[in-house]
Design a protein. Structure first.
Length: 182
């Protein structure tokens, strides 16, 4: 018996991917108030990260890909409207760099900003990355349903009530945190 959770036909997946790719290319870049109004560019690296696992040429599960594709409009809205970021990390990575047409391995400073918010009833996390002095670019979007990371748990427990909000988000949050009890 077939698992009904997997897209029924490759055409459905292909359609979702094609629509996401068209949306992604149409965005180009957005101004992010939380990053001082700097542009966040939607590059091929970010789209590839939605399709493939990080550092590997292994495709993600098609359901996971479609879910991430569907979060792209919310990610764009979040980046355009948020005034704060919830996470920031810096690390040095040994990576290939194009130097005069030749690739060589160099130690590069990689910065990452994480934006967590509830947008249209979805709690999501958007990651923006900057390699060296390059442009800031969209790297990933994930549903932020739950976490095992201590820093994320601490951030959720101590977060103020600000952020990106819509008319009924307060009610949704209240019901989610009280288990639906009033």
């Amino acid at each position: 018996m077939k698992d009904e959770s997997i897209p029924r036909a490759p055409k459905e997946y292909d359609k979702a991917r094609r629509e996401a790719d068209e949306f992604y290319k149409a965005v180009g870049n957005v101004r992010c108030p939380a990053l001082g109004g700097e542009g966040v560019h939607f590059t091929s690296e970010g789209f590839n990260h939605l399709v493939y696992k990080a550092g590997k040429n292994v495709p993600r599960n098609p359901l996971v890909q479609v879910m991430r594709f569907e979060l792209l409009p919310k990610a764009k809205l979040l980046l355009e409207t948020t005034t704060t970021f919830q996470e920031y990390e810096e690390e040095y990575r040994y990576m290939p760099v194009n130097r005069h047409g030749r690739y060589q391995q160099e130690n590069m400073l990689v910065r990452a900003w994480g934006f967590v918010a509830i947008v249209n009833r979805f709690r999501l996390k958007v990651v923006v990355q900057q390699i060296g002095n390059g442009k800031k670019h969209f790297y990933s979007v994930i549903p932020a349903w739950k976490t095992r990371q201590y820093r994320d748990i601490k951030m959720i427990e101590t977060a103020p009530t600000g952020g990106v909000r819509f008319e009924d988000d307060a009610e949704v949050l209240k019901n989610a945190t009280n288990g639906g009890a009033s």
